[in-house]
Design a protein around this ligand. Structure first.
Ligand code: IPD
Ligand code: CA
Ligand code: CA
Length: 270
């Protein structure tokens, strides 16, 4: 029998352990390597944090399986919980001593995300949610913004690492919305972007080509905070889909229309 509150406890504990490791490295000089794509960095702290998270979860659940950014898939038992982990979301920020980065951990069972945690160590902000129990930041209940007006919305987006070669690069979307005079930020951590929609700091977020570990925790946190998560075309979002649109629910349809009308709508077509 799966106890969701117990899973959430382990997720939170693991995120705090990883956050401590990241803070030890933050601002020091450490090894930085390149991954596929231009300026797609990975540091020794991505690996250290991931190892610590997996070790901690395994202490409680030796038979659970993992999908983690740096170590990929581990374990074969599909009848059990799968932990989806980004040990350091915002590596490029971290590598440049920019304080916006996070740890993202979700527990999924048979395709359903049961709980998720996003931890921003520099601000000591722990966002979390479990199915049916609401969303929280440092134990205070959070909810999405109540702004129904697209023209006064505060938005955030991101760009894939292959933006220089990817024809579906999101720039058209960015231009189309920014030209209306609507403020858009680019923080560099998709998990933070989603956590900030969940707590009402942003009204909406969109991006293409994200990976399951970037979004799994964010999805349940946003949904439990009363927000909406779909693909650009409003189809249900599953963690391997190409486009993601995350909002307070009230400006969802209007942003979807804008995204679909700017040329990057192709990214949903192929
Ligand atoms: C990246 C961040 C960034 C997003 C990229 C992601 P990483 O994750 O979430 O905000 O724009 O697409 O890959 O590489 O820092 O874990
Ligand atoms: Ca990431
Ligand atoms: Ca990462």
């Amino acid at each position: 029998m799966l106890k969701i509150e117990e899973l959430l406890h382990v997720a939170k504990e693991s995120a705090l352990i990883a956050g401590k490791i990241l803070l030890e490295g933050y601002g020091t000089s450490f090894k930085i390597m390149n991954k596929e794509g231009k300026n797609n960095l990975v540091t020794e702290y991505d690996f250290k944090a991931e190892k610590a998270i997996i070790e901690n979860i395994k202490k409680y659940y030796p038979d659970h399986i993992f999908l983690a950014e740096e170590s990929g898939k581990t374990g074969t038992n599909t009848e059990t919980v799968r932990w989806i982990i980004d040990p350091l979301d915002g590596t490029v920020n971290f590598a440049h001593s920019m304080p916006i980065f996070s740890v993202s951990i979700a527990a999924e069972y048979q395709g359903e995300i049961l709980c998720g945690v996003i931890y921003q160590p520099v601000l000591n902000e722990l966002f979390y949610a479990s199915k049916g129990n609401g969303a929280f930041m440092n134990d205070i209940k959070i909810s999405v913004s109540e702004n129904p007006d697209f023209e006064s919305a505060f938005l955030v987006t991101g760009f894939p690492y292959n933006v220089n070669t990817n024809p579906h690069n999101c720039i058209d979307h960015f231009v189309s919305i920014i030209q209306r005079g609507i403020p858009i930020r680019r923080l560099g951590s998709a998990a933070v972007d989603m956590a900030y929609v969940a707590c009402g700091r942003f009204d909406g977020f969109w991006e293409i080509n994200l990976n399951p570990w970037d979004v799994a925790a964010g999805i349940i946190i946003v949904e439990e905070a009363g927000g909406k998560v779909t693909q650009y075309d409003l189809e249900k979002y599953k963690i391997f889909d190409d486009s993601i649109l995350v909002t307070n629910g009230l400006i969802h349809n209007i942003i979807s229309v804008d995204l679909m009308n700017s040329s990057c709508k192709r990214c949903n077509d192929d």
